[in-house]
Design a protein around this ligand. Structure first.
Ligand code: IZC
Ligand code: ZN
Length: 418
């Protein structure tokens, strides 16, 4: 069969081809790069990989693009499985307060934080939101991200704005090379109009919003911000179980700041992933391991919150919890699209090995959005999503931090160079 694109002479090829995701310690221990390797691509799919020279049964002609990757490292396209991609405005005006020690939840309590982005998102037109998010996708892709999860949650009880965010995400998925997977998150904050009656908002979401968004087929996942002063464990459970009944797959912002029992809840409701987990209890970690919930850790957010506390990735990995890493790109607690930085922080702050980090942004990131059968590894038949990094090995990629190591990206078989 004739290939459309062939990468040859790859110094280190990490295919992550192997058992179905998500991966735990045992699978990660078996990761070993292929040396002097090739990857052949046909249309938008991986055709084969192996040692260079390319085997004789793979044909190529003058129409085949041949990319020499001598001295480079090739890995699957990164999956950023937790972002708040579509939003209006920015929150640099909160920096001064943050530097003076005013806490994230205190800013929210005063009507800022998420609520300030809710106002900016409401004011923005569809096209303004589209252009801003498209620019972010462009930046994400330049760092090697080929699939992104995107949450709503900046409309709240202004349901039209929630829909607007989800429709922007859907159009980005159709028009931009990067794939966008949508999560509905009206339970991101209690809207000011329901401050005295949060149960009224919960009922409104359950009875009206959740069924409507499902019917419009605008989101695959449902997420809740389970946090002190936002939604309690009990409230979150009610919302998540109502969503589960309607066919949503579940995610939970759990134990980010206060140890409420969000990790336990994620296990109890059968969530695909639990996010943040800085304050997760030992019981919560054990429950997640048993239930197979993926821990989606967001070290750039921990850095931005300036509290010098981190999710206990080592304990989770040792307990058998599969770990994913994401940017959490959002205007409040993680204004960065740079997944390589999140990877470096996962290693340097959470003490994850480069192999664990690579797993976390490839096969486990794909698993966190239910796409482990299509992306997350360089496997014949899967989407041809990969990144060629201008580094001799993945250890170097972590070590030389804060810069962009991407040489080129292949997304659905198309080549994008930086
Ligand atoms: O806009 O602050 N943590 N939600 C929960 C966020 C961060 C996004 C934001
Ligand atoms: Zn988040």
């Amino acid at each position: 069969m004739k290939a459309d694109v062939i990468l040859i002479n790859i110094g280190n090829l990490y295919t992550m081809d192997g058992p179905p995701g998500p991966w735990r310690k045992k699978e990660i221990e078996n990761i070993a790069p292929l040396k002097n390797a090739y990857v052949a691509i046909k249309d938008d799919k991986i055709m084969s990989y192996g040692d260079t020279p390319v085997p004789l049964d793979i044909d190529f002609d003058k129409y085949t693009t041949i990319l020499d990757c001598t001295g480079m490292t090739v890995v699957p396209g990164f999956v950023d499985s937790h972002t708040h991609l579509v939003h209006g405005g920015s929150r640099e005006n909160e920096l001064d307060m943050k530097l003076k020690g005013v806490e994230y939840l205190e800013i929210l309590k005063q009507g800022g934080g998420i609520l300030s982005t809710v106002r900016a998102t409401k004011e923005a037109t569809f096209n303004e939101l589209f252009d801003k998010a498209a620019k972010s996708l462009q930046i994400m892709m330049s760092y090697g991200t080929t699939t992104v999860e995107a949450k709503s949650g900046y409309g709240l009880d202004d349901f039209g704005t929630e829909i607007k965010q989800l429709e922007v995400a859907r159009e980005l998925n159709q028009r931009h090379a990067v794939d966008v997977i949508s999560t509905f998150m009206p339970a991101h904050a209690v809207p000011p109009a329901f401050k005295e009656n949060p149960n009224g908002y919960i009922d409104l979401m359950i009875e009206d919003y959740l069924p409507k968004v499902k019917e419009m087929n605008l989101a695959e996942f449902l997420d809740v911000f389970c946090e002190e002063g936002v939604f309690s464990v009990e409230d979150s459970k009610k919302i998540l179980l109502a969503g589960k009944k309607l066919g949503y797959k579940l995610k939970v912002h759990a134990d980010e700041i206060v140890p409420l029992g969000g990790a336990e809840l994620a296990a109890e409701v059968g969530a695909v992933s639990a996010e943040h987990l800085l304050a997760a209890s030992d019981q919560g970690i054990e429950d997640m391991a048993k239930a197979g919930v993926i821990a989606n850790l967001l070290p750039a957010t921990s850095f931005n919150l300036q509290k010098n506390i981190h999710a206990n990735a080592r304990k989770m990995i040792e307990a058998g919890v599969p770990v994913a890493i994401s940017t959490d790109y959002n205007p409040g607690s993680s204004p960065t699209e740079n997944i390589q930085l999140a990877m470096q922080m996962a290693s340097l702050s959470l003490k994850m090995t480069p192999e664990e980090v690579l797993t976390a942004v490839t096969i486990n990131g794909a698993s966190a959005i239910g796409r482990q059968g299509e992306i997350g590894s360089i496997t014949p038949g899967k989407k041809a999503d990969l990144v060629c990094l201008d580094v001799p090995n993945i250890q170097y990629m972590i070590y030389h931090f804060g810069i962009n190591h991407t040489f080129f990206v292949v997304k659905s078989g198309k080549i994008f160079s930086n």
